[in-house]
Design a protein around this ligand. Structure first.
Ligand SMILES: Cc1cc2nc3c(=O)[nH]c(=O)nc-3n(C[C@H](O)[C@H](O)[C@H](O)COP(=O)(O)OP(=O)(O)OC[C@H]3O[C@@H](n4cnc5c(N)ncnc54)[C@H](O)[C@@H]3O)c2cc1C
Length: 489
């Protein structure tokens, strides 16, 4: 049962920037004793840490202090102190999350992991790397490239996000359709628990069934069950070649149908299958600098198909095969190629879409991350069309169609006032969530529950599962110190 008409208050907390609940000067002194000048409470730092990339600014809330640990021992001390003083702690990677999961409780402590950013081991025999969580995901890729290796679970925000954030959110990305998500590659972790113990989980092992799988429970726990201080990640041989095909469709439904046709019939399975609705692709393309634009016609929808190879395939032939399938499904191949310039050109447009939408969607944005069984993508596209006409607002739809995971983002019309808008958004979401529930879908494929989807979670989980999750949280964090209000209320 979904909350049918959430009130405006349900959408988010009031803006708490001005009212930290805990600005006790003793606490600042305690933290300075542990972290020295790495316990910071100047206005700029607090403001930066009062938000992530969540689109509804009503979730923003200021911490009292931000600490920057450099060792596991400091985090152990932090958590023991936090339990003694009852101070909430929110771990933070790069703050690129889209669900408010790195936003603290007002007056809590943010534990910014960016200074724990060493790559400790690149083990080319075991195909494993051992890293600290603050490593920027793209930096890891740059280090792996000369070894011909690849961390396949990366998200599309790789230039800005951290490995710790990827693991804590179980991020997926543009190539998950072939390679899976972050959880598929995490083999071991050192974790500081909510009560300040240190857990060593897994290792450089490809198989491990010794006991319950606590490692997988930690992955995707959004900083609510423990703080990762070291991660062992499996890497794979880097695909040597990539080719892309960018195609337009006069019917959005046909584009969505083509997704499963491509997955079913391509002899070299696609490494990416991304969807962008027509107006969003066109407007994003127009906003790119002239030299970086694609030439794209009016169309209802576009697909970006990527195929890769380790040198054992004729990629041009594979792209031709994709072109034939697309033509049979009513699409037109606009550009196709294997040169890095062509690959970059298509991806530049796709990667720019969320930024274009963020810039134009107005205040109190809902950046949705629904996931449905892959074969239901055509129904999802129809549902988006239905929401557009029912509510009379523009709703961009784009994302990882091959995974059934699309992002849907209502945009506030300029003419609509904020009060009307903040009443309308929850109504759109309720209709959306009811629609995907009928398809067997759920509310987040990769961005997580964070703060923004907490109130909807119960409607999508089995009550017994929810009860077990709550009791796990209570067991692992008896004082409710670690990232309270995220995932579970
Ligand atoms: C333009 C854009 C594109 C994006 N594309 C994708 C995409 O393709 N796929 C995808 O999955 N996501 C995507 N995201 C969302 C986001 O980048 C990912 O969720 C990313 O994994 C967050 O990493 P971060 O380091 O920024 O984490 P943060 O936002 O800082 O934190 C996210 C969560 O991780 C927790 N956390 C961080 N570090 C630790 C740690 N060391 N220990 C325990 N908990 C920790 C935080 O408490 C929080 O709950 C995108 C975001 C943007 C802005």
């Amino acid at each position: 049962v979904l909350p049918t008409e959430p009130t405006r208050r349900d959408l988010g907390r009031p803006n708490d920037l001005e009212a930290p609940v805990n600005s006790d000067p003793d606490h600042q002194e305690d933290l300075a004793r542990i972290f020295g000048d790495r316990a910071i409470n100047d206005e700029n730092t607090l403001r930066t840490h009062s938000r992530d990339q969540v689109g509804d600014e009503r979730y923003y809330a200021s911490p009292a202090t931000v600490v920057y640990p450099e060792t596991t021992g400091e985090i152990v001390e932090l958590m023991r102190w936090a339990n003694l003083t009852g101070t909430p702690v929110t771990p933070r990677g790069a703050g690129s999350g889209l669900a408010g999961a790195a936003i603290p409780v007002p007056g809590g402590v943010v534990c910014n992991m960016s200074r724990m950013n060493r790559i400790l081991d690149v083990d080319t025999d075991n195909l494993m790397v051992v890293v600290e969580p603050g490593v920027v995901t793209r930096t890891l890729d740059t280090v792996l490239e000369p070894h011909g290796l690849f961390f396949a679970g990366y998200p599309m925000s790789e230039e800005i996000c951290s490995i710790g954030g990827n693991v804590a959110e179980n991020a997926g990305g543009g190539r998950a359709v072939k390679y899976g998500v972050t959880a598929d590659y995490v083999r071991g972790a050192d974790v500081v628990t909510a009560t300040g113990d240190v857990l060593h989980l897994g290792g450089k092992l490809l198989k491990n069934v010794a006991g319950y799988n606590l490692l997988q429970l930690m992955i995707g726990s959004e900083g609510t069950l423990g703080i990762f201080t070291q991660l062992t990640i499996q890497v794979i041989p880097r695909p040597r070649e990539r080719g892309v095909l960018f195609a337009s469709f006069v019917s959005a439904h046909a584009a969505a149908q083509a997704v499963s046709a491509l997955k079913r019939r391509l002899s070299n399975p696609p490494s990416s299958l991304e969807y962008i609705d027509g107006p969003t692709a066109r407007d994003t393309n127009e906003a790119l600098p002239g030299s970086k634009r694609l030439v794209i016609p009016d169309a209802a929808a576009f697909l970006l198909v990527e195929i890769d190879s380790n040198g054992d395939r004729d990629l041009e032939a594979d792209l031709n095969e994709a072109g034939l399938i697309i033509a049979a499904e009513g699409g037109v191949s606009l550009s196709r190629g294997v040169s890095s310039d062509e690959v970059e050109r298509a991806w530049r447009l796709r990667k720019q879409v969320p930024w274009w939408v963020k810039q134009h969607a107005g205040p109190q944005q809902a950046a949705e991350d629904i996931v449905v069984p892959p074969a239901s993508v055509p129904q999802l596209v129809e549902l988006a069309e239905d929401l557009r006409s029912r509510f009379g607002v523009r709703i961009p739809l784009y994302g990882h169609a091959g995974d059934g995971n699309l992002h849907l983002r209502p945009m506030k019309p300029d003419s609509m006032d904020l009060v009307e808008w903040s009443d309308l958004v929850p109504r759109i979401l309720t209709s959306l969530y009811q629609g995907i529930a009928k398809m067997g879908g759920t509310i987040s494929g990769e961005h997580g529950i964070g703060r923004k989807r907490v109130k909807y979670l119960a409607a999508f989980l089995d009550p017994v599962e929810l009860r077990i999750l709550r009791s796990l949280k209570e067991t692992m964090d008896p004082n409710g110190i670690l990232n309270p209000g995220v995932v579970l209320d």
